[in-house]
Design a protein around this ligand. Structure first.
Ligand SMILES: CCCCCCCCCCCCCCCC(=O)SCCNC(=O)CCNC(=O)[C@H](O)C(C)(C)COP(=O)(O)OP(=O)(O)OC[C@H]1O[C@@H](n2cnc3c(N)ncnc32)[C@H](O)[C@@H]1OP(=O)(O)O
Length: 124
């Protein structure tokens, strides 16, 4: 799944760059939407996020492109890889700025973990 957002003033930290917490929120939300759309009827909660590293500051007005896709499926959990790119609207080029993997667990109505709809676990 692909999604875009633009970095606005309310997303900046006190140094004037994108606040990392905002990026993590977007990444979690977009991966959750992708998992929920790919698995209709399933309720997912986030259980874990892989290594988080910010190697590049992101400026006000930057257009961010998010790419999320399933990378691994277990019994009750599935993992989505999310990559984030900064688009340069002047040149049309884009630069990778962040990536991580997020794991979700399927819950039933009572909040207990339950098996995913598909039969066999797969690993990448
Ligand atoms: C949801 C409703 C929305 C309503 C519409 C509004 C939407 C608006 C916008 C949405 C925005 C985004 C939303 C995001 C979703 C939250 O942010 S949810 C909030 C944060 N998350 C939580 O509160 C979950 C808290 N955790 C728990 O309740 C329990 O850990 C759980 C989920 C019931 C699991 O129970 P557990 O005994 O800890 O699980 P355990 O057996 O150890 O592991 C279960 C599976 O997870 C795997 N696992 C365990 N630890 C890890 C780890 N660290 N890393 C990777 N995998 C792991 C295990 O390998 C296992 O996998 P399988 O082999 O079964 O496939």
């Amino acid at each position: 799944m692909e999604s875009y957002t633009v970095v606005r003033p309310e997303h900046l930290n006190h140094y004037g760059h994108l606040f990392g917490g905002c990026l993590l929120k977007w990444v979690d939300e977009i991966a959750w939407i992708a998992a929920s759309r790919d698995n209709p009827g399933c309720r997912f909660v986030t259980i874990g996020m892989d290594r988080v590293e910010f190697h590049r500051g992101v400026e006000l007005g930057t257009v961010l492109r998010f790419e999320a896709g399933e990378s691994c499926r277990g019994r009750t959990s599935l993992t989505y890889g999310v990559s984030v790119y900064a688009d340069d609207l002047e040149t049309g080029r884009e630069e990778p700025i962040f990536s991580t993997c997020i794991t979700f667990v399927r819950l039933d109505e009572q909040g207990r973990k339950i098996a995913l709809p598909s039969a066999e676990p797969t690993l990448v």
